[in-house]
Structure formats: C-alpha cells, structure tokens
Write a protein that binds this ligand. Structure first.
Ligand code: GDP
Length: 369
C-alpha cells in the first residue's frame, strides 16, 4: 500500500526527519487516517498551534500570494530583536492590505519604560525600515498583556477578511495563534485545517466563526540572528527570560566589554563616558583593556568567556569587526541581532566597534529607551 506524500491538512510534503520543518510527522502517525502532519494534528485535536520554520526564499514565495487577496496581515516582531525579526520586505508582498504590527516580549523591558514613547519609536523605526503599519500594538504573549488590544484591532480591521499571521522564528507566533483560535474559533465544531489555495507553500488555515480563516504561516528563519546561530543549549543564555537589568559601564577609550564569548564591544576613541548594556542577565560581561582583548579571546574562549562552551566554539563563524562613529549629540544604540544592544549615553560622540560572528546583523539605531 502506498503511503501518502502530502499532508491532507496543509498540503506540506510529509517527512519524518526534521520536527521543526513543515510536513513533519512521527513514523507511527502514518497509521492514522487521514494522514496529517504533526502541526495539523495538534491544531485539529488540541486546538494548539506549533511552530515550523522555512528559509527566506520559501517564505517569500509563500507571501507572494497575499497581495492579490483581501486580507489582514498581523506581523509579529520580537522587541528584544526588533531589527533582526522585522520582515522589512513585507510591504512589497502585502500590497494594499493593512498590516498590524504586534510587538511581542514587551515584558522584557525594564518596568520604568515609557510605553507611549516606545510605541512612537516602533512606528518611526518600522517606517524607516520600509514597513507601513496600520497599527502598532505592544504585547507580551507570556504575560498575556496587550492581547485584548491586539484582538480589538484585529476585529476592527478585519472586516470580512482572512487574517495572515507572519513572523520570524521564536517571536511568539504560536502563542498568539493559540489565543486567536480560542477567541475566534467555534470550539464546539471540530477544527479542520486545509491548504490555502493559491499559495505554493503550506500554511495551516484555521477556520473562524464567520467563514473566514486565520492563516498560520511558517516562521521565517533569518540567518543574522544570534538565536539561529547558537546551539540550542545556549539559547537560554542569549534570549532573556526575565526583564532586562540595564548594566551601565563607565569606560575610558581603550576599554573593551566581552559578552560571554559571543560578542565584544570596544570603546575605541572619545571622552570618558557611560555605556548601558541591555543583554540577557545570564550572560557575563567581562571588562578588559582593548589591547589585551584579542589575546584574552584566544586563550579563554569557552572558559572564562562562555557561552559558547569549548566544544561549540568552532561551530560559530569567525568574528567580524564593525566600527561605528557615533555623532556628537546623537542618542544611539549599537544593536546586535538577538544579543541585545548597548546604549551610548555620552553626548560628545565616540568611535566604537563590535565584534560578532560573521553574518550577525550589527547596526546603529536611535535609542529605543
Ligand atoms: P514561535 O516560534 O514564533 O511560534 O514562538 P513561540 O511561541 O514558540 O515562542 C518562542 C520563545 O519565545 C519561547 O521560548 C517563548 O517562551 C518565548 N516567548 C514567547 N512570547 C514571549 C513573551 O511575550 N515574552 C517573553 N519574555 N518570551 C516570550
């Protein structure tokens, strides 16, 4: 008897190798009738979304259909990795459909944060990065904060349209979808999932009460984020679990900060000033002299400077140096995708440099806080 090739739920090509990719099912699930992938199985039976991921090209192919449809797009980004998780090419694909930007993981910012200012920052910043948003909603899937606002926005902008939910991996998309399912789907009726017509890739399509659908797209994998580069066991060290405790350092030019063995910040030139690090509390910050930094890295990577552990050290690409000249009077962050950012508090300007594995997105931006 021939085994089915595609999931009868979402249409993904079935496979038993990689549980993080579309179409995965355990071997034993071939005995079930109908044969569906694990992701569809969970949605059908437990009303529970789970994450799968695809690379950028596959993802863009998938998105290319949205523009022709009448849809509402909910784009979820991770506030801790804003520039790393924003899909800046999204505008091209969604056409004139409205986009709600859901900024997740707000619980990670210090309690004193001015949320109105933050919302303006997000609006401004996404515009600079080429994304026009109908609405910005700050939320925390973990704490359940901001969800009511988000659901209100979805209700008021949705009209009679389908809702596409898009995001990079690890931004909290599953958590959000689960909320949407429980708020909008008729739980009495058995959930069915089916392939979204016109898309070349497999999105799970969850019916809503009114005959429309939530379309859960796979998470896009961006290679420039620390969260994609480090070993799974180090993920907890880079992704903060608790609100960030800003760590301020008074530095003289010629001093360096190491973030475990994952990155390094040099204060190359400028007046004595303070720098505030917003990184996971699980990462040790080690201060040293710039002239000693290379040697320290050579001799202590994987020990004093860890993560990565010694055996993982050569799994990361070699470091690349990024130098920035911070203008006098500017309020700037040096941002390292997935690792965090360093706020430059001085007003006299500075020359700084970041060392991070080749390929990691490093940039200067207007200060978030
Ligand atoms: P997905 O890959 O986008 O579907 O994301 P998940 O829902 O699986 O979440 C990815 C990771 O981010 C998990 O470790 C979650 O615990 C964490 N996470 C999700 N939402 C939040 C949030 O609001 N705050 C914090 N601090 N972590 C979150």
């Amino acid at each position: 008897q021939q085994r089915p090739v595609s999931c009868s739920g979402c249409g993904a090509k079935l496979q038993t190798e990689d549980r993080d990719r579309p179409g995965y099912l355990p071997e034993s699930a071939y005995n079930r009738e109908p044969v569906v992938c694990q992701r569809c199985f969970r949605i059908k039976n437990y009303n529970e979304a789970s994450s799968v991921s695809v690379d950028q090209d596959e993802f863009l192919r998938l998105l290319s259909g949205i523009g022709e449809k009448n849809a509402l797009v909910v784009h979820i980004v991770d506030l801790f990795d804003f520039e790393g998780s924003l899909i800046s090419g999204l505008q091209r694909f969604v056409g004139s459909n409205p986009v709600i930007l859901a900024v997740n993981k707000c619980d990670l910012l210090p309690k004193v944060t001015n949320w109105n200012k933050l919302r303006n920052w997000v609006q401004q910043r996404s515009k600079e990065l080429g994304l026009k948003t109908e609405e910005v909603v700050l939320c925390s899937a973990k704490r359940g904060q901001g969800f009511d606002r988000l659901l209100d926005s979805v209700s008021s902008l949705r009209g009679r349209r389908d809702v596409f939910v898009v995001g990079a991996t690890n931004v909290g998309k599953s958590t959000l979808i689960n909320r949407l399912i429980s708020d909008y789907s008729d739980l009495e009726q058995e959930l069915t999932t089916s392939r979204y017509p016109g898309t070349t890739l497999d999105s799970v399509k969850i019916p809503l009460d009114d005959g429309h659908f939530i379309i859960d797209t796979p998470g896009i994998v961006y290679p420039w984020r620390y969260s994609e580069l480090v070993e799974r066991r180090d993920l907890d060290a880079v992704m903060p679990a608790k609100p960030l405790k800003p760590a301020a350092y008074q530095l003289n030019a010629g001093q360096t900060l190491f973030f475990g063995g994952l990155g390094r910040f040099d204060f190359v030139q400028g007046e004595h000033q303070s720098f505030t690090c917003y990184i996971s509390g699980s990462l040790n910050i080690h201060r040293t002299k710039l002239e000693r930094a290379d040697e320290l890295y050579r001799n202590h990577l994987g020990e004093m400077l860890s993560p990565p552990a010694k055996e993982d050290a050569d799994k990361l690409p070699a470091w690349q140096r990024h130098e920035f000249r911070i203008a006098r009077g500017s309020r700037s962050d040096v941002f390292v995708s997935g690792l965090g950012w360093i706020k430059i508090n001085g007003t006299e300007g500075a020359v700084v440099a970041v060392h991070a594995p080749r390929g990691v997105k490093v940039l200067v931006r207007p200060s978030l806080i």
